[in-house]
Design a protein around this ligand. Structure first.
Ligand SMILES: NC(=O)c1ccc[n+]([C@@H]2O[C@H](COP(=O)([O-])OP(=O)(O)OC[C@H]3O[C@@H](n4cnc5c(N)ncnc54)[C@H](O)[C@@H]3O)[C@@H](O)[C@H]2O)c1
Length: 253
């Protein structure tokens, strides 16, 4: 398999290039706005529209504000996309859905297989425990992370919301509030500091018991592994929107 890496000079881009080299995946090219001609282990360009190489999939770990140019390139080149970047707005999501009418696009705020399973478990727990249990989601990340709450925390919120009903509302922190929590709210809380790779906890708080479902990422390698697995899954698939749930379903079938 041949891939292009978006954000190739970043922490995740480098991780992905290293893992690709170890596992026999060819990196046809890397793209990064920070590239200024410096020596690199892989061929590089600065912009997507300067890309002139064949590949099976483009895997992107860059910045959400680069999405329009990335989609423009992918549509012209008919390039399947694995979008791992976080911080996409609702408008970005609409652009992705539109592009997925003609391209296979797998997007996930968290490429880890463990998180995909946590999402399923959280939905199942929400279904089994019902609305009498209060749900709170806490996430922790390193001090460099730009967006909060994490895209993964929002994904977990959506999974629980689907089970608990459309009136379920996210409450981001509780600064300035002086009313009791309601049964329809789910608190989302972001901790930022140090070098924490990523931690997500979905807590179900009942009368006299707590059920805490926690995932800890120990290193960034797992995201690169998941991204490569997703790229292999996506290569050759028809146009449409895919998620890590689809990859997990294939791995565990
Ligand atoms: N989905 C996941 O599992 C997962 C895991 C880790 C990180 N991420 C996300 O991946 C993204 C990158 O994370 P990171 O830690 O590598 O960040 P980073 O800041 O180390 O790297 C980002 C790289 O993207 C480059 N870049 C910025 N805008 C660009 C553009 N328009 N075109 C091309 N390159 C561009 C930057 O120059 C930089 O080298 C973030 O959004 C992060 O939240 C997702």
């Amino acid at each position: 398999m041949k891939i292009i890496i978006g954000g190739a000079l970043g922490h995740m881009g480098r991780e992905l290039a290293a893992l690709a080299a170890e596992t026999g995946v060819t990196v046809a090219c890397g793209v990064d706005v920070a590239w200024q001609g410096q020596a690199s282990d892989i061929p590089m360009t600065r912009e997507y529209d300067e890309l002139n190489t064949e590949a099976d999939v483009l895997v992107d770990f860059s910045r959400a504000d680069g999405l329009p140019r990335l989609l423009e390139y992918a549509q012209k080149a008919h390039m399947p996309l694995v979008l791992c970047t976080t911080g996409y707005t609702d408008a970005d999501q609409a652009l992705i859905s539109r592009a997925a009418q003609t391209l296979p696009i797998l997007q996930s705020a968290n490429m880890s297989l463990g998180i995909a399973v946590l999402r399923q478990l959280a939905a199942e727990a929400a279904r089994a425990l019902g609305s009498e249990y209060d749900v709170e989601i806490i996430e922790k990340h390193h001090r460099r992370k730009l967006d909060s709450p994490s895209g993964t925390a929002l994904m977990l919120f959506e999974a629980v919301k689907q089970e608990r009903g459309a009136d379920t509302a996210a409450v981001f922190g509780r600064h300035g509030r002086d009313n009791r929590r309601t049964q329809t709210e789910i608190g989302l809380h972001a901790v930022r500091g140090g070098t924490v790779t990523g931690e997500h906890e979905v807590g179900f708080y009942g009368n006299g018991e707590e059920l805490l479902l926690t995932h800890r990422a120990e290193s960034r390698t797992l995201f690169a592994q998941g991204a490569l697995r997703a790229a292999k899954y996506l290569a050759g698939k028809p146009a449409g929107r895919y998620a890590m749930q689809d990859v997990v379903a294939e791995v565990f079938k």
